[in-house]
Unconditional design. Sequence first.
Length: 350
Amino acid sequence: MLDSSPASVVSLLSLAEAGDDDGLAAELVDLAAGSQLPAAVRDELQALPDARRCALTLRVIERAAATDPPTPVDGLLMPILDGLAPDALSWRAAHHLIDAVSTRTAAPPGSLAVLAAVAERETGECPPALLAVMRRTAHEGDKHWPARYRAPIQPWLERTHGRLNVGEPWAEAANAETPAPELLTHALAAAGAKPAARWARRAKTLLPELGADETRTLIRHWLSLVPRPRTITLRPDGERWDPNEVPDAYNAKALRGLLYLLAVTPPQGDDIPAVGRLAQHAAEKIPGYGPRSQMIAYASVYALERFSTVASLRELSRLRSLGQPPGIAASLTTAINRRAVALNVDPSRL
């Protein structure tokens, strides 16, 4: 962790004020392990001219890459980029930082915007992995800070609807295999404990337009991929849990929408085990976190209840028998009781 003792801060500030960027880069790398800069040092470095900030960034990257093992310095460098003119940053430095920051759960929005602008300058697009960390950052920011926190990255967030975050096998498959962008766009638009009537009406017409049988088969395939390990491993940023065990929040919204789509359209027999397996996975407890995804678990229970068959009732009973967290267990009990009455079935005899 970066040494933030008074002596270390004074030394770093002295090197910055003296213009000794080689010495400053060396000391930063020696002290860093991907931690945050002390506020006084961060403010001093952000006040440097753009050209000097860019040169210092590259010096730190090159020196960190030469250590054995290479020293992670993206947590240290990202604040230095905040407010930087993108034209001043080299692609070599930006490319390195994009690769590094793509494994984080969140990063400073202003710095992410700089990297995205440089990437578009060099490649014509924002890298999918960088967009994913932008969305994760926006999600975390919405929980803790005012809406203006996400303002620097808002332009990229607004023009990338209908593409899921890379890093999860199921989402990457959905991006590649979806029969039309509107399928994922509509899934992402779902909200609440059950689908809105207007959303459901469009879902009922959308599925036949895309090919109902083929699309349901695709969706079941995507659901089967959800438990697979991430393709981009995330580094914990102070969480008490492993972020690789928790679904990407943006992608989880799409999963909820796909489950609702299955729920409001005529079901197929294979839907039931596919949704049941997803419900079981989503309800599993993650140490330090709780259920992996209550949102996905509740949406799965909703879908199973809406299927309204004896087989789906049996699956709801199986899930409850596994022993679930209180909220999910209560949802299962309510769904079982309602369906048992509607089907005139004694659930104890299933």
